[in-house]
Every structure is written in structure tokens, then in C-alpha cells.
Design a binder for this molecule. Structure first.
Ligand SMILES: Cc1cc2nc3c(=O)[nH]c(=O)nc-3n(C[C@H](O)[C@H](O)[C@H](O)COP(=O)(O)OP(=O)(O)OC[C@H]3O[C@@H](n4cnc5c(N)ncnc54)[C@H](O)[C@@H]3O)c2cc1C
Length: 306
């Protein structure tokens, strides 16, 4: 089921049709407060009242025209402006292929730096998402270069990749900001652990390395990006045995595990919720379905009107 849904996420024919159906659009609303920036900012305000920070991400990936990358950059500049004006605790998260990485690395880097420099000026922060494996080296290069200019940029690492432990070691001397996640794309077993238990164990090993006192002394900032209650509790138990980390927060996606989110906030953990918005939601939505095939039943129930 996961493989079928992830293959579907890249299918243009399916995308054009699925996006037209009201029952699909209804089921998307579980994970997205709306398609507009205003809807995302409205949700951010409510979350902030409950004690959570947010990360805003405008949906879109693999753009093919230079003008699109310019428009995306201009949009994120506007997001940073609105966040500052509204005094929101809201960072941004971008996908390199949305800033033109498929066109060329330098175009993408230029757009990334426009955002990182603006974020640095106003005390905000830019996260770089990690996409599928052909982009990992380039994404790490973008991060290293941007981190050389400003500390207000972080990168996502995926625990399902066999290479991630080595990537993490190579980044640690930078005192990096790392968001650790399991990984959401279709990858071959030669590159990614096929068994979920191995991914979970690797996640915990990487999280422990990031929260190691030496790593923390080097200035690493850590975002634990998972909705897995077992892993969350294991990380929290590990944290209790260590001196307080400099900067560690939990990050979860809007609409997923809301009870766990509320519990963490109630127990005074730092929580940041990633809010996605925008019209180009199809591939992102299919990845959310693939993470939990039971979600497909919500779509089917919506289709038959129950
Ligand atoms: C803040 C943040 C940023 C992310 N950025 C990236 C990125 O840049 N690159 C990338 O590859 N991936 C990214 N991801 C996605 C990530 O890789 C996983 O696919 C996703 O978080 C699901 O894995 P999990 O750790 O929650 O564990 P899982 O073992 O998949 O899930 C644990 C439990 O969480 C709940 N759950 C998880 N997903 C869903 C869902 N879709 N619907 C309903 N319930 C669900 C279920 O109860 C499940 O049992 C990000 C995730 C987060 C939270």
C-alpha cells in the first residue's frame, strides 16, 4: 500500500484528477487548515495561544521554471514579513526543489540566501527540508554553505537512510541545527532500511547522538520530528538523565497525533507544529496517506459521504 501511494504521489494524471474531487479536498483538510497563507497564519495564532510554535511551509516541489522559484522566494519573504508584523513564533521550511534546485544549484542557493539573510535580520529561522535521495548531497551542500553565513538555518535528516549517521558526523563540527525525521519518500533497500524497527532504532541512535552533551556543547540545535509516542518517550527519558540540552524541541505535523501534541504542551515540552498550506498539495498529501495507510479509509468514508 505504501509503495502504491508513493508511486501515485508522482503521477501527474492522478494529480490533476484527484485535486478536482470534493471528497479528496475534504480529507486533505485533516492535515491542512487551508490553502491560503491567511488560513495558515490563523492556525498559527491558535497554536501559539496553546503554547506551541509553528513552522510554515508553502506546498510545492520540483518547479521547472526560473520564474516559479522567484515567485516562491517572494512568497516566503512575504511570509516572514507577516510573521514579524503579527509577532508570531513561526519559522519557515523550504524544499530545495521548490527554490529551483532542478534548474541549478546556484539559483537555488541564491534564493535560499535571500530567505536566510532576511530571517537572520529579523531574528527568525529557515529550515531546509530533505527530499528524495538524489537531492541529499546537494541539499547538504546548500546547508553547509548557508550555515557558513548564518546560524539561523537548519536542515532535515532522515533516519531511514543508511548514510545519515555518517552525514550527521560530518555536520556536527558546524554546531548545526538538525531536524530529525524518519523519512517520507520511496527509497530502495540499498539506500534506506526497509524494516520499520530498524528505522526506529536508527532514529533513536541519531537522536541520542544529537543530544549527547558534547554535541550540545558544540552548539547543535535539535528538533525531534516524529509522532511516534514510543520514540518521543524514549527521547524524553534520555533527556531526563542528561544535563538540559541547549536547544531541543519536538516537531509534529498539523492534524497528526493532536492528543500527543496536547500532552507534550501540558507537560511543558517545547513543541513546534509544521503547518502546510497552498494549492499544490497532492504529492505531499499522498505521502501523508502512505505514512498511515489507515488514512485511506478516511478518504473512502468521505467518498461515500459518511
Ligand atoms: C516537522 C516535520 C517535518 C518533516 N520534514 C520532512 C522532510 O523534510 N523530509 C522527509 O522525508 N520527511 C519529513 N517529515 C515526515 C517524516 O519523514 C515522516 O514521514 C512522518 O513524520 C511520519 O513518521 P513518524 O515519525 O511520525 O512515525 P510513524 O511510525 O510513521 O508514525 C507514528 C505514529 O504517528 C501517527 N502518524 C504518523 N503519520 C501519520 C499520518 N500521516 N496520519 C495519521 N497519523 C500518523 C500514527 O499514529 C503512527 O502510528 C517531517 C515530519 C515532521 C513531523
Amino acid at each position: 500500500m505504501r509503495a502504491v501511494l508513493l508511486a501515485g504521489s508522482r503521477n501527474a494524471w492522478l494529480r490533476t484528477r484527484a485535486m478536482r474531487y470534493p471528497f479528496v479536498r475534504r480529507s486533505v483538510s485533516r492535515f491542512m487548515p487551508g490553502e491560503t497563507l491567511d488560513a495558515a497564519l490563523g492556525a498559527a495564532r491558535l497554536l501559539q495561544q496553546r503554547g506551541a510554535g509553528v513552522v510554515l511551509t508553502h506546498l510545492g516541489e520540483n518547479i521547472s521554471e526560473a520564474a516559479e522559484a522567484e515567485a516562491v522566494t517572494a512568497h516566503y519573504l512575504e511570509v516572514l514579513r507577516r510573521v514579524e508584523a503579527d509577532r508570531l513564533d513561526a519559522q519557515i521550511s523550504i524544499k530545495p526543489t521548490q527554490l529551483g534546485l532542478d534548474l541549478d544549484l546556484e539559483t537555488c542557493f541564491r534564493h535560499l540566501m535571500t530567505l536566510v539573510e532576511r530571517a537572520s535580520l529579523i531574528g527568525n529561522f529557515v529550515w531546509i527540508d530533505m527530499e528524495s535521495t538524489p537531492y541529499v548531497d546537494l541539499t547538504l551542500e546548500l546547508f553547509r554553505r548557508a550555515r557558513g553565513v548564518s546560524p539561523r538555518v537548519g536542515v532535515c535528516l532522515q533516519a531511514y537512510l543508511r548514510r545519515t549517521a555518517a552525514d550527521l558526523e560530518s555536520l556536527l563540527p558546524l554546531g548545526p541545527a538538525i531536524r530529525l525525521v524518519k523519512g517520507a519518500y520511496m527509497e530502495p533497500p540499498s539506500l534506506a532500511f526497509p524494516r520499520k524497527t530498524d528505522v526506529d532504532e536508527n532514529f533513536f541512535r541519531l537522536a541520542s547522538r544529537l543530544l549527547d552533551p558534547d554535541t550540545q556543547r558544540a552548539g547543535a540545535m535539535v528538533a525531534i520530528g516524529t509522532h511516534d509516542p514510543r520514540l518521543v518517550e524514549r527521547v524524553r527519558a534520555g533527556l531526563r538523565d542528561r544535563p538540559a540540552p541547549l536547544a531541543c524541541e519536538f516537531e509534529m505535523l498539523y492534524g497528526i497525533q493532536p492528543r500527543l501534541q496536547a500532552r507534550l504542551l501540558g507537560e511543558r515540552e517545547h513543541l513546534r507544529v509544521l503547518i502546510s498550506y497552498g494549492e499544490f498539495w497532492f504529492p505531499w498529501y499522498m505521502r501523508r496517506l502512505a505514512e498511515r495507510p489507515a488514512n485511506v479509509w478516511f478518504v473512502v468514508r468521505g467518498m461515500v459521504g459518511r
